[in-house]
Ligand binder design. Structure first.
Ligand SMILES: [Zn+2]
Length: 252
C-alpha cells in the first residue's frame, strides 16, 4: 500500500473556444452548456463552452457523481477537493463515513475515518495492445493510504480496543471510473483538435450504449486475470466493483 501525498492543485482556469454542438451526440439545435473536461469535483479547470446537450449532461453527470460521491468520496474530502451543493448538504447534518468495527456498523466523522484512496487500475487499451474487441471488462483494485490513515486507525483501536477487525465502507464501480476516463479523454481531444477532426471511439462508452468495448478503448485486464484483489466482470454486466469488506488489522 502506498501513501498518497497532498495533491498539487490546478489553479489556472483555461476556457477553450465554444464548440456549438454536443460533443457526445452531435446535436446542435438544442441548448448547450459548458463542459468541465475534468470534472469540477476532481478540481478540473479546463472549460469547453457550448459543448453538451441536456440529456448527455445528465448521463455524464450521473457517472461523475457516482465516482466522486462513492468511490472517491473519503479521499476527496481529505484532499479538500471541491464539493457541489456544499451548503445544502451541510443543512442535512454532519457528514459521516461508514465502517464496521468488530462486526458492528458505526458512522465515523471525517476527522476519525481512516481514509483510503480506493481505485481501479487498467492495462492499456486493447486497441494499443492488439487485443480483440470484447465486452469482458475488469480492472485491478488498488488501495492507497492517505497520510493520516495509520494515526486514525491507532486512535480508533485505542478507543474501541478492536479485536476482530475494522472494515471500511468504500464502494465503487470500475465501469463508472472507465466511463469517466473516457469522458475526460474525449472532451480533451475535442478541445485540442476540434469536433469532426477525428473519428470518436469513446462516445458509446460515455453514453452507455452497448456494445461499449471498454477494455478495447479505455483499458482492462488482458490474458491473465489475477485472483484476490481483482473483481472481474465475467458472466455479468461488464464491470467490476469494489465493495470493500476487507479487514484491516489495527496497528498496536
Ligand atoms: Zn448530446
Amino acid at each position: 500500500m502506498n501513501v498518497i501525498l497532498p495533491t498539487v492543485r490546478m489553479k489556472r482556469q483555461h476556457t477553450y473556444d465554444p464548440v456549438g454542438a454536443c460533443i457526445y451526440c452531435g446535436k446542435t439545435d438544442t441548448p448547450l452548456t459548458t463542459e468541465h473536461i475534468i470534472p469540477e469535483s476532481f478540481g478540473g479547470t479546463l472549460l469547453l463552452p457550448a459543448a453538451t446537450c441536456r440529456p448527455c449532461a445528465v448521463e455524464t453527470s450521473a457517472v461523475e457523481g457516482r465516482c466522486a460521491g462513492q468511490l472517491f468520496r473519503p479521499a476527496r474530502r481529505e484532499l479538500r477537493l471541491p464539493q457541489k451543493n456544499k451548503k445544502a448538504k451541510a443543512k442535512l447534518g454532519v457528514e459521516t463515513f461508514d465502517a464496521t468495527i468488530d462486526g458492528v456498523p458505526v458512522k465515523l466523522l471525517q476527522q476519525d475515518f481512516p481514509t483510503l484512496l480506493v481505485s481501479f487500475e487498467f492495462d492499456p487499451p486493447g486497441i494499443i495492445l492488439r487485443q480483440p474487441k470484447t465486452e469482458l471488462f475488469a480492472g485491478r483494485i488498488v488501495i492507497n493510504q492517505l497520510p493520516t490513515f495509520a494515526e486514525r486507525l491507532g486512535r480508533l483501536n485505542a478507543k474501541h480496543n478492536i479485536s476482530e477487525g475494522i472494515s471500511l465502507g468504500n464502494q465503487g464501480d470500475g465501469t463508472d471510473l472507465a466511463r469517466m476516463l473516457a469522458k475526460i479523454g474525449h472532451g480533451y481531444a475535442v478541445a485540442e483538435m476540434g469536433l469532426g477532426s477525428f473519428r470518436p471511439f469513446l462516445t458509446d462508452i460515455i453514453l452507455n450504449r452497448p456494445p461499449m468495448h471498454i477494455g478495447y478503448y479505455v483499458g482492462g485486464l488482458f490474458g491473465h486475470m489475477p485472483k484476490g484483489d481483482t473483481a472481474t466482470g465475467r458472466d455479468r454486466r461488464p464491470g467490476c466493483s469494489a465493495r470493500s469488506s476487507r479487514k484491516i488489522s489495527p496497528t498496536r
